[in-house]
Design a protein around this ligand. Structure first.
Ligand code: TPP
Ligand code: MG
Length: 357
């Protein structure tokens, strides 16, 4: 699969993040405000997605990123467009941050023909091979061996791309997690393992499911560099992710990041979220990654409440247009039911045969 993906052309945003770029200065204002706007856009996109679900415009499973925006934007942005991304099912925001047209993301949610997967996948299966967005996956941890295979392909072809694999805390308790980390280390695969620790796997807190509560320590068993970062702070996520990704690009050693955060809504849109205390929710609400970033921008006199209000209104209008687009988009045709089930053509790549290492 990875071998036949076309290399993309121009990157839509700066990829190598330096500490200087993130300083709260006037010179960096445009970039910082873009970050803020993107997080705010994803937040609104998700809020409106929830609304559309309750109106039965969206069906199937549906998991939102609300509260995790700093890990979404901060995790995806430092990647180059030739890097490969694998994510879990909570991936609408990641697809948007990667540069997939949000209209195609919403159309996919609506099950429409012009969605990223022609409406066949829905919420958990955003995909864009041109942008090397290799999919959201519904089986917890099921994509980790696939990312390992992606890392193998990159090494096999002697390329300089990085495979970026995002998953939840719950995924670190399954066998495929350990096999994947072990394999990536033994064969020196350029994979960055990025764990979004939102402290819960459905209704189960990390401590009740994992023998090791500090998840980054699990990677130490495979002798790889592993760090724990503040997943509520977009500047920290960007910088640390960029550093780790570039190290992996340089030496093809796998590395591990654990980003601590919190999801503000239930596990999925139908979860009434009765298992978390009000105190806990309030505590984390106070650390809202968007509000925290707004405070930083305001303190540095780079923006004010009026500006933030304007952004909220603008992104909401954009999302409303996107919903209209998705709603008016065509349904897949019944006659096309079997289309996209099997690959149409097999690309012969004899140059790939040989000794990979
Ligand atoms: C192999 C497998 N087991 C169980 C499930 C049901 N399930 C869906 S999401 C989930 C929790 C996963 O939690 P985590 O990895 O922390 O990700 P989060 O939802 O918090 O982003 C479970 C158990 C599944 N989809 N796949
Ligand atoms: Mg979780």
């Amino acid at each position: 699969m990875v071998a036949s993906v076309k290399p993309p052309t121009a990157p839509p945003h700066p990829t190598k993040i330096t500490p200087k770029m993130l300083e709260l200065t006037k010179e960096n204002r445009d970039f910082l405000l873009k970050l803020h706007r993107q997080m705010q856009f994803i937040r609104r996109f998700e809020e409106r997605t929830q609304e559309q679900y309750t109106k039965a415009k969206i069906g199937g499973y549906c998991h939102l990123n609300i509260g995790e925006e700093a890990t979404v934007v901060g995790g995806i942005l430092p990647l180059q467009l030739t890097d490969y991304i694998f994510t879990s099912y909570r991936e609408h925001g990641h697809a948007i941050a990667r540069g997939i047209d949000p209209k195609a993301v919403m159309a996919e949610l609506f099950g429409k023909e012009n969605g990223t997967s022609h409406g066949r996948g829905g919420s958990m299966h955003m995909f864009d091979s041109d942008l090397r967005f290799m999919g959201g996956y519904g089986i917890v941890g099921g994509h980790l061996p696939l990312a390992t295979g992606g890392g193998w392909a990159v090494r096999y072809k002697k390329e300089k791309d990085v495979v970026f694999c995002m998953f939840g805390d719950g995924a670190t308790n399954i066998g495929a997690f350990h096999e994947s980390l072990n394999f990536s280390k033994v064969f020196k695969l350029p994979v960055v393992w990025f764990c979004v620790n939102n402290r819960y796997g459905m209704g189960t807190p990390v401590e009740a499911a994992s023998a090791v509560a500090d998840i980054y320590k699990k990677a130490c068993a495979y002798d790889m560099e592993s760090i724990q970062i503040d997943g509520m702070n977009v500047r920290e996520v960007l910088l640390k992710t960029s550093e780790i990704v570039e190290k992996t690009r340089a030496d093809s050693e796998p590395r591990f990041i654990e980003a601590l955060c919190y999801r503000f809504k239930g596990h999925s849109v139908v979860d009434p979220d009765k298992y978390r205390s009000t105190e806990d929710k309030e505590k984390f609400r106070k650390a809202d990654p968007i509000v925290a970033f707004e405070h930083e921008l305001e303190k540095a006199k780079l923006a004010d409440e009026e500006y933030f209000k304007k952004v909220r209104m603008e992104v909401d209008a954009e999302v409303q247009d996107i919903i209209k687009y998705a709603d008016e988009s065509p349904e897949p045709k019944v006659a096309d039911l079997y289309k996209y089930v099997y690959a149409d053509e097999w690309e012969e790549r004899p140059e790939l045969h040989g000794d990979p290492l």
